[in-house]
Design a protein around this ligand. Structure first.
Ligand code: SF4
Length: 66
């Protein structure tokens, strides 16, 4: 069975927007003050950008599972 890889943003997000810059297909600030995940399931081609964003996030608010 294949377990889906997922990404989420925790409430500790302060809306700096680094994640959107590094992985605009995964994260969006939109009009809000916290980043939103555009697609909770994270395909292989978006993993690198999402991982970069998780490592760059000043609040360690991005969690990738799977
Ligand atoms: S980089 Fe981190 S703190 Fe900044 S918007 Fe993204 S999740 Fe929020």
């Amino acid at each position: 069975m294949t377990v889906a890889r997922t990404v989420r943003v925790h409430d500790s997000c302060i809306g700096v927007g680094l994640c959107e810059s590094l992985a605009p297909k995964v994260f969006s600030l939109g009009e809000g003050t916290q980043a939103k995940v555009l697609s909770a399931d994270l395909p292989d081609d978006l993993l690198e950008g999402a991982t970069d964003a998780a490592e760059a996030c000043p609040m360690a608010a991005i969690q990738i599972d799977g």
